[in-house]
Every structure is written in structure tokens, then in C-alpha cells.
Design a protein around this ligand. Structure first.
Ligand SMILES: [Zn+2]
Ligand SMILES: [Zn+2]
Length: 373
């Protein structure tokens, strides 16, 4: 009796397992189909936001898509303009809801002219200054011929974008002779996920962002100005506290981007690093809670220029200076042109001798005493 029951039990279990496997297989097919279709048309699923960091060499171009809405933040340089347009087409883009030009330097703006010509653009957001370049004139012309006006929104203005939104972080002020610090910076949000793009904004603009009441914290930061040491200040990193940094720069670029200072900061804060110069185009999908990346972070913290030693922080320099001062004090007499190891070497009056750092004595033109050195 027991034996029979066991067999029946085994048979039932086997049947149940087969049924379960069939259900799983069907469900698997069911799940996989729409994902494949979605990827083919590059349409994000409900609640998703896809952000593409395009490999435009030394430049910046970011495509964001959410629930049928499209944003392009910068378009890279002339050389990659065609690549940007074809990349967008491949990813199902026909209209651009927000075309954002951070600033009018060619490595950010040139490709946007191609986008204005190739796509149905709804809104152009840009910085409120004028560039002297011919390229800027072409940009102005392309905007006008699309019947559009450049919008220069104030800091704090928020736009709905697909499932999420974006907020203007900068520029607070316009530098008369500047370009990089006039960059339009934004915080792009989807549920709990957020991204901060600052174009080529440098320390001055970062300081203004830090002084605003806007919450700068984000999951993903694109370090300003291609990882240059002129951007990504400690204060800005401590306000943004990103988990990931995506650096957009060209392989062996002539500027040596990214700089050692920036990479050292990212490493010391354990920020995971993606780099277009090492990894090409990088795509991340946000479901509102989690980020799903197209690749693992490279976490390559080496600077663009091997010989880059970085600049040391003021506190480090001060610390080192005080160590030198403690270690290398010398004695100098009231008169004379020598400094001494001790105040009683015999070649000086110990009563009028005073102690000072060796560097200071040398700066005064004093030479080491031959007797004690
Ligand atoms: Zn620039
Ligand atoms: Zn740039």
C-alpha cells in the first residue's frame, strides 16, 4: 500500500513539475516577445526611462527616452554628427520633444544642428548668451527655420518628460566672456532614479548649484567638462553623491581628459565609473527604482594623460609644508649670511640665534654653515 502511494506521489510530482515547466516556458516566451519588440523599436516600456551616453569622441551627447518622449542633451562635434542622427533613427526617434544645448562649443552643439535638420523638434532649450562662431550662427538659423524659438529657462524650472521629469539646475548667471560656465545643467528624474548633466560647467557654476536649494543628489553624474579638473569640485561631488559617473571624452584626446584630480576624487568616493573613451556608447534603463546597464562599469580611474600628476589640495600642501617646517628647522644668527644646524656650532652667537624653517632661510639668501653642514 505504501509502495503504491509513493509511486502515485512521485507520478503526481512529475506531472506537476512538467506543468510548472510548461507554464514557465510559456511565460518566458510571453515576457521575451514584447522586450524584443520593444528593443527593436527602442520604445521604452511603461514606467521606463532609457538614457544613452553616445560615444561621440571628445564631446558630449546624451539621448533620453521615456514613454514615447525623446530628449537629446547635446549632440557632439561635427565629426560624429551623422552618427548621432543615425543612432537616433535606429532607436526609433522621429521627433525630439526637448533638444537641449548645454552651451555653444562645437563639441556639444555641432551634432544638434544635424538633429534639427533631421527630426521634428518641439522645444529647444539653450543658454542665454551669444557665441562668436559661425557654427553658432548655423544653429540659430536651424532653430529659426524650424519655426522655433530658443528657450532660456530659469534655475528651478521643471518639465514633465515621459514618465519622469527634469529640472533646470544652471546657469544661475551668465559670464560675459564665458562659455563653459554658461552651460545649462539639468537633473533628469524617473521615480527614485536621477541623473545630473552639467555640460562643461566648471567650479564657479557648480558652486552656484551647491548654493541653490535644489536637491542635487543623483544616481548618475556626468562629470562636467569631460572629467576636466576645472569641474567636479569636492563640494559638488558631496552634494550630488552619485553611485555612478559616466565620463564622455575621446580616446587620447589632446586635452588629457579626464584629469587625475577628477579621477582621484571619484575613486576616493568609491563612485563606479563608465567611460565612453574606453567602452563606447553606454545605455542605462531606469524602471523608476533600479538601473539596468548595458555593460559593467570599467572603473578605470587612470587619467587621459599618463603624465598627469594632478594638483594637490591646499590642505595637503599645507600639511606637507608644516611637516617640512618641523623636520627641517635651522638656526640663523642676527647677522651673517649662513644658517646652522645647531645654535651652538661655534660660528654664531647662540644668544641672538633664532629658529626658522630651512626653506625660509634659503629664501632669505642664507647658505648652509660649512662647519655644521
Ligand atoms: Zn565647452
Ligand atoms: Zn566640451
Amino acid at each position: 500500500m505504501k509502495q503504491i502511494w509513493k509511486q502515485t506521489w512521485r507520478q503526481r510530482l512529475a506531472a506537476a513539475l512538467i506543468q510548472l515547466l510548461m507554464v514557465l516556458a510559456m511565460a518566458g516566451v510571453g515576457i521575451r516577445m514584447p522586450v524584443q519588440a520593444a528593443e527593436k523599436n527602442a520604445v521604452t516600456q511603461s514606467g521606463e526611462m532609457k538614457v544613452h551616453f553616445l560615444d561621440v569622441g571628445q564631446g558630449l551627447s546624451i539621448l533620453a527616452q521615456s514613454e514615447g518622449k525623446t530628449m537629446i542633451y547635446d549632440g557632439g562635434d561635427r565629426k560624429t554628427s551623422r552618427f548621432v542622427v543615425s543612432y537616433l533613427k535606429e532607436h526609433g526617434v522621429s521627433k525630439i520633444d526637448y533638444l537641449i544645448s548645454s552651451h555653444y562649443d562645437a563639441d556639444h552643439m555641432a551634432g544638434l544642428i544635424g538633429c534639427l535638420n533631421a527630426f521634428d523638434v518641439k522645444n529647444v532649450i539653450s543658454s542665454n548668451y551669444v557665441h562668436t562662431s559661425k557654427l553658432y550662427q548655423s544653429f540659430v538659423k536651424a532653430v529659426k527655420s524650424d519655426g522655433l524659438k530658443m528657450q532660456h529657462p530659469a534655475v528651478g524650472k521643471t518639465y514633465k518628460f515621459g514618465r519622469g521629469s527634469f529640472e533646470i539646475l544652471a546657469p544661475k548667471t551668465i559670464e560675459a566672456k564665458g562659455s563653459n560656465n554658461n552651460s545649462v545643467a539639468i537633473k533628469l528624474m524617473n521615480g527614485e532614479n536621477s541623473f545630473v548633466f552639467t555640460g562643461d560647467a566648471e567650479h564657479e557654476s557648480e558652486a552656484a548649484m551647491c548654493n541653490s536649494s535644489i536637491d542635487l543628489s543623483c544616481d548618475v553624474l556626468v562629470p562636467g567638462h569631460h572629467g576636466s579638473a576645472t569641474a567636479t569640485s569636492w563640494d559638488f561631488l558631496q552634494k550630488t553623491v552619485p553611485e555612478y559617473a559616466v565620463i564622455s571624452c575621446g580616446t587620447n584626446n589632446k586635452y588629457g581628459h579626464p584629469d587625475k584630480d577628477t579621477m582621484d576624487k571619484l575613486q576616493s568616493m568609491d563612485i563606479q565609473v563608465y567611460r565612453t573613451d574606453k567602452q563606447g556608447t553606454i545605455v542605462v534603463t531606469s524602471d523608476g527604482a533600479n538601473l539596468n546597464w548595458s555593460a559593467e562599469p570599467c572603473n578605470d580611474y587612470t587619467p587621459g594623460d599618463d603624465s598627469d600628476q594632478g594638483t594637490r589640495s591646499t590642505s595637503e600642501v599645507q600639511q606637507e609644508a608644516s611637516q617640512t617646517a618641523i623636520g627641517e628647522h635651522v638656526w640663523v644668527s642676527a647677522t651673517g649670511n649662513k644658517y646652522h644646524k645647531t645654535n651652538h656650532c661655534g660660528n654664531m652667537n647662540p644668544n641672538t640665534a633664532k629658529e626658522e624653517p630651512r626653506a625660509e632661510a634659503e629664501a632669505q639668501g642664507l647658505e648652509p654653515c660649512k662647519k655644521c653642514y
